[in-house]
Design a protein around this ligand. Structure first.
Ligand SMILES: NC(=O)c1ccc[n+]([C@@H]2O[C@H](COP(=O)([O-])OP(=O)(O)OC[C@H]3O[C@@H](n4cnc5c(N)ncnc54)[C@H](O)[C@@H]3O)[C@@H](O)[C@H]2O)c1
Length: 278
């Protein structure tokens, strides 16, 4: 049976685990080859454990099991030269580039904006905003060179559409991603390159499901776990669920990446159980 991504090559940032891994595997199942990049290390200010090289290798194995070819690179999306070199090399091996999924991101614990330290602010903007710009910048020349058009999907967040207290650094970066998406869409449309964003609500990836986050959401409990986090997360939604899965986001990303969305560009698509309605 024909896949929805047959013959295409996709660059996925933050592919070692979570949503990035899920996107890579989902697109591979539909026939794509994958360039999987990740920093594979811990961020001090992040409550989540760091992704590892073993995680990235596991993603590569899953892509292969799904029938795709894969090239991996341990690279920081803040380092444009390294990213560009990795993407150039991988495209050389795989022959083309059609899709960029700029998904890599961090979720560091914040404070009210006027109390946020400069280092925390700068790291967030560097990774979650500038890193997205650099990822697209590294991929676009190859999509243009193919002359066949392409699709770019940026991972924003419901925090790219709404404000939340104590995470203004993240909110600002994710709103910025929407600005990047719209501008890239305006600039690249003439080349049949579509640019859209997904806005996930809580996703049950390591970024959310970790001890420090349980404690931050339920400070009154001595030993909170996922079951204690669930009602708080559910209160953000109209659909009666606490969080979505990486696969839920991958389904939206696959649609936007595929030819089924061939005339959709400049769209900020929430996958949010109704969170943006609140
Ligand atoms: N989990 C959620 O609740 C949620 C909600 C909305 C949006 N998001 C966004 O979704 C995206 C994916 O997050 P996730 O939920 O899969 O989290 P995750 O922590 O499981 O995965 C993120 C991946 O990105 C990688 N990464 C981080 N900084 C990087 C850098 N500088 N260079 C290269 N790789 C880097 C990490 O190593 C990790 O493998 C992020 O942009 C995040 O902000 C997450």
């Amino acid at each position: 049976m024909a896949g929805r991504m047959d013959g295409k090559v996709a660059l996925v940032s933050g592919a070692a685990r979570g949503q990035g891994r899920s996107h890579a595997v989902r697109l591979a199942r539909e026939g794509a080859d994958i360039i999987a990049v990740d920093i594979c290390r811990k961020f001090e200010a992040s409550p989540a454990p760091g992704a590892t090289l073993e995680d990235l290798d596991e993603t590569a194995g899953m892509v292969k099991d799904a029938g795709g070819r894969v090239v991996t690179a341990e690279v920081d999306v803040r380092d444009y030269d390294a990213l560009r070199a990795a993407v150039d090399g991988a495209v050389e091996q795989l022959g083309r580039l059609d899709v960029v999924l700029a998904n890599a991101g961090i979720g560091t614990m914040g404070a009210k904006l006027h109390n946020t330290g400069e280092a925390l602010w700068q790291e967030m903007i560097d990774v979650n905003l500038s890193g997205v710009w650099k990822t697209v910048k590294a991929g676009v020349p190859h999509i243009l060179a193919g002359g066949r058009g392409g699709s770019i999907v940026l991972t924003s967040s419901v925090a790219g559409a709404k404000a939340y207290s104590h995470m203004g650094h993240y909110v600002a970066a994710k709103h910025g991603v929407i600005g990047l998406m719209r501008t890239f869409a305006v600039e690249l449309g003439q080349h049949l390159i579509r640019v859209n964003a997904v806005l996930p609500t809580h996703v049950n990836s390591p970024l959310l499901m970790n001890e420090a986050t349980y404690r931050a959401f339920r400070p009154e409990l001595e030993n909170p776990g996922p079951d204690d986090l669930a009602p708080v997360c559910q209160s953000f939604h109209y659909l009666p669920i606490p969080w979505v899965t990486p696969e839920d986001i991958s389904n939206a990303v696959l649609f936007l990446a595929s030819d089924e969305a061939r005339y959709i560009t400049g769209v900020a698509l929430p996958v949010d159980a109704g969170s943006c309605l609140k």
